[in-house]
Each structure stands twice: as structure tokens, then as C-alpha cells.
Write a protein that binds this ligand. Structure first.
Ligand SMILES: *Cc1c(COP(=O)(O)O)cnc(C)c1O
Length: 398
């Protein structure tokens, strides 16, 4: 079966991946088996050389069947020609960067990036001869002005943590391509349910599988989707550097991804309801979710996102008071307190003491994040239960 034939039922849904049964002669496995083997044996030299040539299964670090099935699914979800999965979202970011740039090159980066990504771009890769400039991706003139003769790459996130700052992917792709550069998008916060950046001009899209694609809080993994040509290079580098995802982790992520559309549909709907309820709550100072007319980029969200989906991440402000935030967290009965996101269950995070801990007081003040800022990853529970638990905890925190 060619990889295209495995998706014949729908060109949108991730639930209907057909490429995972194994013919046992007299019957076929309904689920895709876990190929828990580090190596493969061959009957003779010729077959082994053939296997290497067609990127067949030779050694577990370089390729295995569970890799293939999960990579095909991610390519389908992001509408990429190809995809490759790796050991974590962070490794996906690292390997994507070294695929597209080398020492002496310059990267124009969004000023609003995931904390660890910011660290890589600002303090780590710069030790190996790369230059980076951080700029507000919503300021077109500033982005154009950041381009240098050695600029090769632009790097951004569709929805940035935790204030839900959006970027216009097509606009940045246009600027990048006019300057003969490539654009990398980290789609983790938004997810391929809400937006497919490759269709808007991005050249490479990253997802942390750990978040929405697996969605079950039981796997760490990352994925890269792009053209066949770029993925060939990604594959080569990630094999050499050894960032492989083990068969069982691939199997779990594929199993998780089966319900991706169902989960994300419910989570996106719940987020709209929760945002509305919080906005009407007199004890809440401010709510940021792209579904709200009060969100500064509501119109952009309507233009670039899937109809009626605005992402399942939102944030709101209590008073700038650490004790009140702690009381809020302690008063939650159903919702969990965790720094991760994108699972089936609703979780809240406290960015001021976690993701944004390293920022200076001045930088924090500029972002508007303070002790009372709460980030919510909205889950797929009953919307009324989520709203009640969070509203009750807000009341108890006062
Ligand atoms: C979690 C996350 C990552 C890193 O993914 P891991 O799987 O934890 O390595 C990268 N980018 C964003 C936006 C994330 O939320």
C-alpha cells in the first residue's frame, strides 16, 4: 500500500490511518504491532545492501516500522510531503535548525518563543557561530529591517505562550521567501487541528508530540514535517546524532493520535466556553483567548484558523499576588497543576514561576505576565465542570 492509499477515507482526519495492519497470512492484525527490536538480520549481503539503499530497516537508531507509521501520519496531519519523528520536541527544534543553517548564518526569530527554544537561539547556537535577532513578528517593518545579507532562516510560533500572541504565518513566509530564506514554524501550541502552516507558506513545521498529537501525558516525542528534500536531510542528521524515538513511544503516540480530531474538536469548543465564562467573571482581571472579540488579534485568528477553532490554550489574570495564585491552585478539585499542556485533561500552569522564571523583572513587566497570571490548557471534560472548578477556585482564592 502506498502511503497515500492509507488515508483514503478523509483528507482531514487523523483518526483514519489505514497503514497499520500486518498480514499474517491467514489473518491481519487490527492494531499495528510494536517492533521491539534494535537490529535486523539478513539472509545475504545483497539483501542487506538493498535494504540500506531503500532506507529499509537495518538498525533501530536509523529506522524501524513504528517510525514509518507515525511519520506517515504526521505528514498527513500537517499536509507535508514527508515527516520524521524524533526523541522530543526540543530535539525536533535542534535538528530542524541545524538542517537549515550553518555557522556564519543569521536567523530572524520571533520575540515570543517557548523558553527552551529562546535559550537555544539566544545563548547556545550563538556559541557555535550562528547569529540571531529577536523581533516582534507582528511589526512588519521591524521584521524586514532585521534581515541581514547572511540571513537564511526565520523562526516563529503560531500561538506564543502564555499570552496567546499570534503570528501571521503567510505574511512572515512572504517576507522570508522574498529574502531567499526559509521559515520554520513551531505548531505545538496551536496544533495541526487549528492550522496547517505548510499550506500557508512555512517550509518546515515542528510539533512536540508530547502535547496535542499524543495527548495522553505518557510520551515525550517530537515531529518535523516538510518537503521530501528537507526531510531527507533531517532524517540523515537525526540518525547520525541519535535522536531516535523508541518503537514503544512511537506506538503510544500513534495510538494517542487516533483520537486527535475528536479530542481537539472538544478541547477547542471548551476553550471558547471557558474564555467567555472567565471574561464575565468579575473576579478575573483579564482573559486572553483568540476567540474573544477583546483579543487584540481576534480578526487575524478568524482569518488564519480553522472555522470555529481558536486553540485550546488561554490565560487569565488574577491579582498580582503569589499567595492568591497559590490558593487558587490549591483550591482546584478536578483541574491539575502541571507545567505541561495539550493532554486530554485540563491543566493550569503558573508562567511567572516556571516558563518565564528566567526573565528579568523588567522583561516580565514588559510582557504583562505577573504573579497572578494563570495559563490554562483546556481539556476534554464536560465544559460546565471545567468552568465550575476554575470559578470555584477563583472564589476560594480571594
Ligand atoms: C513542549 C514544547 C516544546 C518542547 O517539546 P518537548 O517534547 O517537551 O521536548 C517545544 N515547543 C513548544 C511550543 C512546546 O510547548
Amino acid at each position: 500500500m502506498s502511503s497515500k492509499d492509507k488515508f483514503i477515507f478523509s483528507d482531514e482526519s487523523a483518526n483514519l490511518y489505514l497503514g497499520d495492519s500486518v498480514d499474517l497470512g491467514y489473518s491481519t492484525t487490527e492494531s499495528f504491532p510494536i517492533y521491539q527490536t534494535s537490529s535486523y538480520t539478513f539472509p545475504d549481503l545483497k539483501t542487506s545492501l538493498e535494504a540500506r539503499k531503500i532506507k529499509g530497516y537495518v538498525y533501530g537508531r536509523t529506522n524501524h516500522p513504528n517510525y514509518t507509521s507515525l511519520s506517515e501520519l504526521v505528514a498527513h496531519m500537517e499536509k507535508g510531503e514527508a515527516a520524521w519523528v524524533v526523541s522530543s520536541g526540543m530535539f525536533a527544534i535542534f535538528i530542524s535548525l541545524i538542517t537549515l543553517v550553518k555557522a556564519g548564518d543569521h536567523i530572524v526569530c520571533s520575540a515570543n518563543l517557548y523558553g527552551e527554544t529562546h535559550e537555544i537561539l539566544k545563548n547556545l547556537l550563538t556559541q557555535y557561530g550562528l547569529e540571531t535577532t529577536f523581533v516582534d513578528f507582528n511589526d512588519k517593518t521591524a521584521v524586514e529591517r532585521a534581515i541581514q545579507p547572511n540571513t537564511k532562516l526565520f523562526y516563529g510560533e503560531v500561538i506564543a505562550n502564555p499570552l496567546t500572541i499570534l503570528m501571521d504565518v503567510a505574511m512572515i513566509a512572504d517576507i522570508a521567501h522574498k529574502a531567499d530564506c526559509k521559515l520554520i514554524i513551531d505548531n505545538t501550541f496551536s496544533s495541526p487541528y487549528v492550522i496547517k502552516p505548510l499550506t500557508l507558506g512555512a517550509d518546515l513545521v515542528i510539533n512536540s508530540l508530547t502535547k496535542y498529537i499524543n495527548g495522553h501525558f505518557d510520551v515525550i516525542g517530537g515531529a518535523i514535517a516538510a518537503s521530501e528534500e528537507i526531510i531527507d536531510r533531517v532524517r540523515f542528521l537525526s540518525k547520525i546524532f541519535g535522536g531516535c524515538l523508541a518503537p514503544f513511544a512511537c506506538w503510544l503516540a500513534l495510538r494517542g493520535a487516533r483520537t486527535f480530531d475528536l479530542r481537539l474538536e472538544k478541547q477547542n469548543k471548551n476553550a471558547i466556553k471557558l474564555a467567555k465564562a472567565l471574561e464575565q467573571n468579575p473576579l478575573v482581571a483579564k482573559v486572553l483567548h483568540p476567540s474573544l472579540a477583546s483579543h487584540p488579534q481576534h480578526e487575524l485568528a478568524k482569518r488564519i484558523f480553522r472555522k470555529d477553532a481558536y486553540g485550546a490554550m488561554l490565560s487569565f489574570n488574577l491579582e498580582d499576588d503569589l499567595e492568591q495564585a497559590d490558593k487558587f491552585i490549591k483550591s482546584l478539585k478536578m483541574v491539575g497543576f502541571a507545567s505541561t499542556l495539550g493532554g486530554f485533561r485540563t491543566t493550569v500552569a503558573h508562567p511567572y514561576s516556571s516558563s518565564h522564571k528566567e526573565l528579568s523583572a523588567e522583561e516580565k513587566a514588559k510582557t504583562g505576565i505577573h504573579n497572578g497570571t494563570i495559563r490554562v490548557s483546556v481539556g476534554m471534560e464536560n465544559a460546565a465542570d471545567i468552568i465550575r472548578d476554575i470559578s470555584d477556585a477563583i472564589k476560594a482564592s480571594k
